[in-house]
Design a protein around this ligand. Structure first.
Ligand code: AP5
Length: 217
């Protein structure tokens, strides 16, 4: 039984800082960081059928179909390391995914506890994504705002950093549009459920974390 499990859903446009904050929160709260985008990228680097399918959508900035996305996240949440809870980043992204998440968690005697919505204006999103450097294991850096100790090298395991294929300016714009068309309806969905807390994502990374932690308490 996991009555004490905590599930936090990070909401916000591409580049708002969901992944950055999810990683920090998971560490501070002893939870697991579950990122649907990282799961797709992991599948892609392992050349699985799911990864190859996802890539056809991701490189255009479109959403991967709900059925495969839901099945992938359901499997991840069923693993023992998620029993204490998780910080979900990038999922849910459509009303159908939000309903599916409620069902998955209900089967685990759990529920969504809090939904921090990280808000950042569009011009800042584009600047953040164009300067983002990623590690193979999903750690996120920024050339200016969150640089690694050594340029293009991961602080933790020393592997080379890379830029994401979907961080090209034209794909970034499509991802932002897709967010407002398909994911923004979740803002009202979670507001009506009394779970939404609005966070100013333009502040420094530490200050954003502080505001989310205050909301959790
Ligand atoms: P996904 O990987 O989820 O990407 P995303 O939602 O577009 O979000 P990002 O990872 O781009 O941004 P973020 O908010 O996590 O920002 P970050 O912390 O990195 O999805 C990719 C694709 O996969 C989708 O387009 C879709 O195709 C598919 N997909 C994934 N989930 C899906 C789903 N559920 N359904 C269907 N399809 C799905 O920060 C960005 C940069 O800013 C970094 O460089 C960081 O260092 C910097 N930064 C962060 N915070 C700050 C700050 N406070 N100040 C200054 N810089 C900051």
């Amino acid at each position: 039984m996991n009555e004490k499990a905590t599930y936090i859903v990070m909401l916000g446009p591409p580049g708002a800082g969901k992944g950055t904050q999810a990683e920090i929160l998971a560490q501070k709260l002893g939870l697991v960081h579950v990122s649907s985008g990282d799961l797709f990228r992991e599948n892609l680097s392992n050349q699985t059928e799911l990864g190859k399918l996802a890539q056809t959508y991701m490189r255009k900035g479109e959403l991967v179909p709900d059925d495969v996305t839901i099945a992938m996240v359901k499997e991840r949440l069923s693993r023992p390391d998620c029993a204490k809870g998780a910080v979900l980043d990038g999922f849910p992204r459509t009303p159908a995914q939000a309903e599916a998440l409620n069902k998955i968690l209900a089967e685990m005697n759990a529920k969504v506890d809090l939904v921090p919505l990280i808000s950042v204006p569009n011009d800042v999103l584009v600047e953040r994504l164009s300067g983002r450097w990623m590690s193979k294991s999903g750690r996120v850096y920024h050339a200016l705002y969150n640089p690694p100790k050594v340029k293009w090298v991961d602080d933790i395991d020393g592997t080379p950093l890379y830029q994401r294929e979907d961080d090209k300016p034209e794909t970034v714009q499509r991802r932002i549009d897709v967010y407002y068309e398909q994911t923004a309806p979740l803002i009202d969905y979670y507001r009506q459920a009394g779970l939404l807390v609005e966070i100013d994502g333009t502040q420094e990374i530490e200050k954003v974390t502080e505001d989310i932690l205050k909301a959790i308490k």
